[in-house]
Design a protein around this ligand. Structure first.
Ligand SMILES: [Zn+2]
Length: 411
């Protein structure tokens, strides 16, 4: 069972972040792409059906190069287990002892997997999952075949996930329905403390009293369009934030032709794009320096983007453009946070059931559903999140043919 981390002694040095070995072949990145979406996919031969691991250029059975990444059953048999007490790798040396095993997957291949502490001695039935490690690369993790309570608290598994339990979280906007649902979900998931940003602190907002009454919540005046305010907030709490969720956004329903001038578009850019940039400049350095701060390190930065970041939705054209800009910047942030092992999670919701999507037909994502998806992504350690049916369907179309999605959204 995971215990609440002790208060840090400020005199002790902060451990510099180290990363597990990250070199992978280009082919192996297919596994990483699947893991980023939380999918268990392995290479499967289109000709003879052989499932293989590790990824290769050709089928190990028939030498065909017709290989596809396909979802596979996750069951397997633990053949042998071992405990590392020594490693020449800095990352693992700091985390010893470390348990590993060999698992024969029901779909064929034998894999090396990190072992959850509840997996008993070999032989044993296990469920294998693919997770991203701190270097952002896919690794195999063997879990007990039956789910049980507190499973997420395993010390080794926590190195691959960003579970909010016992962590300190900043949610940049608590005024929206989604922001409030998110704060409640994080509190339920065991977050130690949730700072809740609210712009224009002189104005009370609906739900303010309810949020204020939650024991984990501390309200924080935060306006992401105000550089000085963001800098002051970072100076005050930046060194303590383990997870930052940037959900502040401005959403207007304009294309180009139905609105004169650039004021509305500028307001969207100022929050959705420059807001992210300001936060990243002020909070990024402190979080990077705390990427290896024991069991409650800085672990994740979540950007709530939009499925319209992938292809423009003309009725919400300027909003889409601001989200596309934010998506691009988030990729830059991801590259800069990676050396510290801090994961950047990008969330691409379809239309949310809010004020700005009133004229769109259902299905629309309920704020509580979106909040649940964000917390689940943190708990499971996924990196790219497409919550809800609409986002899943558009992702499938976009992966299949980006041009087709552009066409469909524009008619
Ligand atoms: Zn084959």
């Amino acid at each position: 069972m995971l215990e609440r981390p002790k208060r840090k002694n400020p005199v002790l040095r902060t451990r510099l972040p180290t990363l597990p070995p990250a070199a992978r072949s280009r082919i192996a990145l297919g596994l990483t792409a699947a893991a980023a979406l939380g999918r268990f996919e392995l290479q499967q031969c289109r000709v003879c059906g052989t499932v293989q691991y590790p990824p290769r250029e050709a089928c190990q059975n028939c030498l065909s190069v017709e290989l596809a990444w396909r979802a596979q059953p996750q069951g397997g048999e633990l053949l042998s287990a071992t405990v590392l007490h020594h490693s020449n790798d800095l990352f693992f040396r700091e985390r010893l002892p470390w348990r590993l095993g060999l698992v024969r997957l029901d779909c064929g291949p034998i894999v090396v997997a990190h072992l959850h502490e509840r997996v008993g001695a070999a032989p044993a039935r296990v469920s294998v999952d693919v997770k991203l490690d701190r270097a952002g690369q896919a690794v195999m993790v063997a879990l007990p075949s039956e789910e049980n309570a507190n499973m997420a608290e395993d010390r080794q598994l926590r190195e691959f996930t960003c579970d909010p339990k016992f962590r300190k979280v900043l949610v940049t906007d608590g005024k929206s329905a989604f922001g409030q649902a998110l704060v409640k979900s994080l509190a339920r998931a065991g977050a130690d403390l949730v700072w809740v940003g609210h712009a224009e602190p002189w104005k009370k907002f609906a739900g303010f009293e309810e949020l204020k009454a939650l024991p984990a919540v501390t309200l924080l005046p935060l306006d992401v369009t105000d550089s000085k305010n963001v800098r002051e907030a970072a100076a005050e709490i930046g060194g303590k934030v383990d997870i930052l969720v940037n959900n502040a956004e401005v959403h207007r329903t304009h294309g180009i032709a139905n609105r004169a001038g650039v004021d509305a578009a500028r307001a969207e850019m100022d929050v959705n794009y420059f807001g992210l940039l300001r936060l990243a400049q002020e909070f990024g350095p402190a979080m990077r320096s705390r990427g290896a701060d024991g069991q409650a390190s800085a672990v994740a930065w979540v950007n709530v983007l939009s499925i319209y970041a992938l292809a423009n939705f003309p009725p919400h054209g300027t909003f889409s453009a601001s989200k596309a800009a934010a998506y691009s910047l988030a990729q830059c942030l991801r590259a800069e946070m990676r050396p510290a092992g801090v994961r950047v999670v990008n969330v691409f919701p379809g239309p949310i059931d809010d004020e700005w999507n009133q004229l769109l037909p259902p299905p629309k994502l309920a704020p509580a559903g979106l909040a649940g998806a964000v917390v689940k992504a943190l708990q499971e350690g996924t990196e790219d999140v497409y919550p809800g049916d609409v986002a899943q369907e558009w992702l499938a179309r976009w992966r299949d043919n980006p041009k087709a999605l552009e066409k469909e959204l524009s008619t």
